[in-house]
Design a binder for this molecule. Structure first.
Ligand code: G6Q
Length: 550
């Protein structure tokens, strides 16, 4: 029997006792509930009082974390042990933001000087670009930065750059091209001037098909516009672990910013993959971003589990996933600057924990990573919140909002905050049919009509949500917020005993696409695949033929 099994049994028994408890009752019974079920760390305030948990639930969940070996795994990760078993790699994104001098080693070698070396080069380079000292092929300063990368080499830089737009240098713009769909690159280049555009080709491996095709196309565009191959040197830099391939692409190693195999793609925004962010907000701002993450790392490492924000958020997720059968988790930032945060978290969480094989190679005994989804509020309220409030599924939600707006306008920010807080309130409180009926009668509706309508206006309530508050969305807070979710995902992976740091599940589709591509380029009828694949390819050929015949 595994160490956590006994406590899982206790949690199941506890679940049966509390499953019918109403949160309204929990608040009524415990005047200190808000204080007891909330905490602050690194400028982030978490209210988790609106959950279907009691003090006993939380203590059992913390016990489960404990018995899952979480303490040992935290120490192993921060120390640089090769906890990414299937790739035999250390997992050291925390070393990229180790601002307090912990001794971190890989294969006995300290990593701090490597990290500092790249940060120093990033500083020199970003200052040259931002000051206008770095010139394009006609001697003009850079005005537009285009990051070409995908997955972990895109989602982080996009999300963070957009979130920190108020810190962008005036006169400098950022663009991101990821999709192999040619529209992405073509549309982006259409608005740009080659003389003042800098391309950052970001790829850990420098072999990723999408990134390499887009980078080669961008390179041809630049050479066409400049009429000179030598222009590439002034307009292309690379972020990669693969010097050989960067060099053979035609980018000089002086214009390459390295990172290491112990940085996973989806954990890489803290490395040179954050170069577009550093270009836009400056290296001081980028270092504040690292500082925020480091402060959250220290909170995570050193705080007892019962007061540890990532652990609490993770174990609440375990509670709903493992014991309530929740399938999804909504992330709902009331912050337009965090518009891409849910998409970023989708990769972080679903690529990390969307697995069914455990670290010891056996089948996981329960569902693992939930489906993560969301959109910024208040937009989502006018779209999918209906299902969260009155649908048949239990969907735990994370709401988040800043106390202060970066772009104040009249009373609008207060309205935003009011909506954020009210949504959690509505989910928790609900509205009984009786309350709905009384409201309808009070509005003057005839009784029969009111009785017919009241069931539709009933909200079951008792639906769980967390609310995260921060003073303002600045580089430090954003760093802390991302690190908070990284550690939440890590804790859940430990409790499910899965390796959160590989991603074998993305391989098969890539392999098959490579095999299919020649069949799409030709126009022969295809017979070498399954009937559906053959049929789809033939239909594409037929559609192209129709166009040609028009
Ligand atoms: C992230 C994944 C994946 C990766 C991309 C891009 O953890 O590994 O999203 O980041 O496939 O890979 P390259 O950076 O090697 O181009």
């Amino acid at each position: 029997m595994k160490q956590g099994d006994a406590v899982r049994g206790r949690l199941e028994a506890h679940w049966a006792r509390v499953a019918d408890v109403d949160m309204r009752q929990l608040f009524a019974d415990d005047p200190d509930r808000f204080a007891a079920f909330s905490l602050s760390a690194v400028g982030i305030f978490l209210d988790y009082s609106r959950h279907r948990v009691t003090r006993e639930t939380m203590s059992l969940l913390v016990d489960l974390a404990d018995r899952s070996g979480l303490r040992q795994m935290i120490d192993a990760m921060f120390r640089g042990d090769k906890i990414n078993l299937t790739e035999n790699r250390s997992v050291l994104h925390t070393a990229l933001r180790n601002r307090c001098g912990r001794d971190v080693r890989v294969d006995g070698q300290p990593v701090a000087s490597l990290v500092e070396g790249v940060l120093a080069r990033m500083r020199t380079f970003t200052e040259r670009v931002r000051s206008g000292e770095w010139k394009g092929f006609t001697g003009r300063a850079i005005t537009d930065v285009v990051n070409i990368g995908i997955g972990g080499s895109d989602l982080g830089p996009v999300m963070v750059s957009q979130a920190l737009k108020p810190w962008w240098q005036t006169g400098l713009r950022a663009h991101f091209v990821s999709n192999i769909d040619p529209s992405h690159l073509v549309e982006t280049l259409a608005g740009l001037d080659a003389e003042t555009t800098l391309f950052v080709v970001a790829s850990k491996t420098f072999t990723t098909a999408e990134t390499m095709m887009n980078a080669r196309a961008a390179r041809s565009w630049l050479v066409d516009q400049s009429g000179d191959d030598a222009a590439v040197m002034r307009h292309f830099v690379a972020v990669s672990t693969n010097t050989e391939r960067v060099t053979s692409f035609g980018i000089h190693p002086d214009n390459m910013f390295g990172f290491w195999d112990w940085v996973g793609g989806r954990y890489s925004v803290w490395s040179a993959v954050g170069l577009p962010v550093a270009l836009m907000i400056g290296m001081d701002g980028f270092e504040q971003f690292l500082d925020g993450a480091c402060a959250m790392d220290e909170h995570f490492r050193l705080t007892p589990f019962e007061a540890n924000m990532p652990v609490i958020m993770a174990m609440l997720g375990i509670w709903y996933n493992d014991f309530w059968g929740a399938e999804t988790h909504a992330v709902l930032p009331y912050d337009q600057f965090l518009a891409r945060f849910p998409a970023y978290l989708q990769q972080l969480d679903m690529e990390s924990n969307g697995k069914t094989i455990t670290r010891d190679g056996s089948q996981a005994s329960c569902n693992t990573g939930p489906v993560i989804w969301g959109e910024p509020g208040t937009n989502g309220q006018h779209a999918f919140y209906q299902l969260i409030h009155q649908g048949s599924r239990l969907i735990p939600c994370d709401f988040m909002v800043a106390a202060r707006s970066q772009r104040p306008l009249g009373q609008q920010h207060d309205v935003l905050v009011a909506n954020c807080i009210a949504q959690g309130q509505a989910l928790m409180r609900g509205k009984t049919e009786h309350e709905a009926l009384q409201e309808l009668l009070a509005s003057g509706m005839p009784e029969q009509a009111a009785r017919q309508l009241a069931p539709h206006k009933r909200f079951a309530g008792n639906r769980p949500s967390s609310t995260l508050l921060y003073r303002e969305l600045n580089p430090f807070t954003l760093g802390a917020l991302i690190a908070l979710y990284e550690h939440k995902v890590f804790v859940q992976g430990v409790v499910w005993n899965i390796n959160s740091f590989d991603q074998w599940g993305v391989e098969l589709g890539k392999q098959l696409a490579t095999a299919l591509q020649p069949d799409l380029t030709g126009d022969n009828r295809v017979q070498n695949h399954d009937p559906s694949t053959n049929g789809l390819i033939d239909t594409i050929h037929a559609m192209r033929q129709e166009e040609d015949d028009d």
